[in-house]
Design a protein around this ligand. Sequence first.
Ligand SMILES: Cc1ncc(COP(=O)(O)O)c(C=O)c1O
Length: 384
Amino acid sequence: MDAPFSVFDTLIDRSNLSSDKWSKYPENVIPMWVADMDFDSPDCIKKSLNQRVEEGVYGYTHTPKALGKVIQSHLSRRYDWDVSAAHLVHLPGLVCALHLSVRVFSNEGDGIVVPGPIYYHLTKAPLVSGRELLSVDMVIQNGRWLPDMAQFEAACAKSNSKMILLCNPHNPGGTVYTKTELLSIHALAKKYDLIVVSDEIHCDLILDDLPHVPFASLNQDAANRTITLMAPSKTFNIAGLGYAFAVIENAELRQAFNQEKAGLIPSPNMLGLTAAIAAYEEGQAWHQALLVYLKNNRDFLVQRIAATPLKMVHLESTYLAWIDASDLQLENPYQFFLDAGVGVSDGKDFGNSNYIRLNFGCPQSILDQAMTRIEEALIKHKLM
Ligand SMILES: Cc1ncc(COP(=O)(O)O)c(C=O)c1O
C-alpha cells in the first residue's frame, strides 16, 4: 500500500525565488545538489516571521535572551548536553565560523587535520589561509565511513599539527560517530594538544535510531578544546535566513573568537533569529515528520540504487546520498548524471571524483523521476 499523502509530497515551484538550487542548471535538469530541501518550512516559522515582518521596524537587533534559552533546552533535551547561554556565540552562518576558527586558532604553516572526503569548506578553510591540510582518508569499515585511525594519529603527531576539523554527522557519507569513536579522536586531540572544531550542522538529521554525541560533551577536556558549530538551517530548511551558533565553553578561546569576529562577521539577521526561536521552540512535530519522510526517501533510493551498478554505503544520517559510480568506469560520473538530466554534486568537490552526492530532500515523486532518468541513461549506454 502507498504511504499516505504527506505535506512533504507537495511540489513547490521555486523557479522565481532566486533559489541557488533551482537556478544552477537548465530547466530540464532536476537539481539534486546543494544541501537545501524542496520543502516548505514549518508553519510555526512562517507565522513568527510574518508577525515580526508586520512590526515594520527593522533596525539593529541583538540576540533575544529567548533564543539562548530555547537552544539550551534543545541541546539538553536532544543530547543531554547542558550548555551555559554565556558560552553561545550567535552567527550569521556556519561556514564563516569554520574559516574564522582556522584563522584565530592556528597560524600560517600550521597543520590542520581533516578526515575526507568531506564537505569542501572544511578543506578549503585551511587551504585558503596558508595552513597545511593534513588529510586523513575516510574508509569503509563494517559498512560505515570512518577515518583511518592510523593515518589520523600520524597526522595529529606531525610537529606543526594544531587543529582537527570534524564533521559529525559526516557529510558526505552520513556517519553518525559513536561515543567510542569520538573518544578515540579525543584521545588524539588530548595527546597532541589540538583544538577541535566540530561542525555538527547535520546533527538533527539522523535517520536511524542513533544518538548524536556532541564532541564537546564527551568530557571536560573535550569541552575545553572544542568549538562546536550548529544551526537550525539544514533541519528546518531556513539556510536563506542566515543563522547558526557556536558553543565555546573555554573563555580564552571564546574571547579570541569574539575579538576576531568583531567588525568582520555581522550579527545574525533579525529574521534568522526569529525563525530559530520558532524552530527550536515549536518545530518538533514537523521535525519528527520530516525525519520519517527522509528515512522513507532514503530506503526508496537504496532499493533503486541496488538494482543498478551504483553503490552506496548505508546512510545513517542526512539527505545527502554519497554514491559510488566507480563500477561504471566513466571518465566523469558527474557529467553522466547531468547528461541524464539530474544535477547532482560532483564528488570531486568533496575529494573523490568517482562519487556523486545526491540530495534526496525532495518530494518522493521527484526522486522517483530522477532515478528513472538515471536508470534510462544506464540502459541507453549499456551500463546495466
Ligand atoms: C557540513 C556543513 N557545514 C556547513 C554548511 C553550511 O553552513 P552555512 O550555510 O550555515 O554557512 C553545510 C551546508 O551544506 C554543511 O553541509
